[in-house]
Design a protein around this ligand. Structure first.
Ligand SMILES: N[C@@H](CCC(=O)N[C@@H](CS)C(=O)NCC(=O)O)C(=O)O
Length: 220
C-alpha cells in the first residue's frame, strides 16, 4: 500500500493511527502542504480534491477521505476492530468521529485558512480567533457527549480504542497547539492521555513524523 501523508495533516494522523493499530505497513509518500505539493499535477492525479490523505491499495485502488479509508482498513483487516459490534455502538462512535471530522476539522483546513487570509483578508488575530472558536466549540461538544455517558469507558466507547478516539486525539492535538486550556474538558483530556499512551497513537503524532521539521520533532 502507498500512503500519501503530511506530518501536520490531521486527516493523515487519523489514518496513521489506524494503520498502526492494525499493524499494516505502508510505503509513505510525503506531500508537502506548505509547499502546495497537494495542488501540483502529480498529486492532483491521485486525489483531484487536492486534500490529504490518500491510500493506494495493493490492487491499485485509490482511496480518499480518512474515515472512508479507515473503515476500508477495518473491513479488510478486522482485528482489532475500530467500530463496535452493535449497531447502536457503531452509530455512537461514528457520531463522535463525525463531530471532529465533518464539523470541527473542516473549518481549520489550509484551504479555508487561505480563503480567510487571501480573499476575506482577515487579520492574523481574527484568523486565530476563528480557529480558537471552532476548536473550543468542538471540544465542548465532545465533552458534553462523553461525560457521564454509560458507554464512555477508558476510551470514547468502552475500554478499547475506536474510530472516535482516532478522531478525537487529532482535535485535542490542535487545541494543545493553540494553547487552549483543557481543564474544562476533563473526560476528553483523560481519554486523550490514555490514547496517546498507546504506541500506535504516539508514533503517529504529527511531531514524530519523518517530515516533521527538525526543530519541532519529538525524539522517540
Ligand atoms: N475530510 C477529509 C479532510 C481532508 C483535508 O482537508 N485534508 C487536509 C489536511 S488535514 C488537506 O489536505 N488540506 C489541503 C487544503 O486544505 O488545501 C478527510 O478526512 O480525509
Amino acid at each position: 500500500m502507498k500512503f500519501f501523508s503530511f506530518w501536520r495533516s490531521l486527516a493523515s494522523f487519523r489514518v496513521r493511527i489506524a494503520l498502526n493499530l492494525k499493524g499494516l505497513p505502508a510505503e509513505i509518500e510525503l506531500v508537502d502542504l506548505d509547499a502546495d505539493a497537494h495542488r501540483a499535477d502529480d498529486y492532483r492525479k491521485v486525489n483531484p480534491q487536492m486534500a490529504l490523505p490518500a491510500l493506494v491499495t495493493a490492487d491499485g485502488t485509490t482511496l480518499v477521505q480518512s474515515l472512508a479509508i479507515i473503515e476500508y482498513l477495518d473491513e479488510t483487516h478486522p482485528a482489532p476492530p475500530l467500530l463496535p459490534a452493535d449497531a447502536r455502538g457503531r452509530a455512537r462512535v461514528r457520531a463522535l468521529s463525525l463531530m471532529v471530522a465533518c464539523e470541527g476539522h473542516p473549518l481549520l483546513v489550509p484551504r479555508v485558512r487561505r480563503y480567510l487570509d487571501r480573499e476575506l483578508k482577515l487579520r492574523e488575530t481574527q484568523q486565530a480567533a476563528w480557529r480558537r472558536h471552532w476548536t473550543v466549540e468542538t471540544l465542548a461538544a465532545l465533552e458534553a457527549q462523553l461525560a457521564g455517558h454509560q458507554d464512555t469507558g477508558r476510551f470514547c466507547h468502552g475500554d478499547t480504542p475506536t474510530l472516535a478516539d482516532i478522531c478525537m486525539v487529532g482535535h485535542v492535538t490542535v487545541a494543545i497547539t493553540q494553547q487552549i486550556d483543557l481543564a474544562p474538558y476533563p473526560v476528553v483530556k483523560r481519554i486523550f492521555d490514555a490514547a496517546m499512551a498507546l504506541p500506535a497513537f504516539a508514533i503517529a503524532h504529527p511531531l514524530a513524523q519523518p517530515d516533521t521539521p527538525e526543530a519541532m520533532r519529538v525524539k522517540g
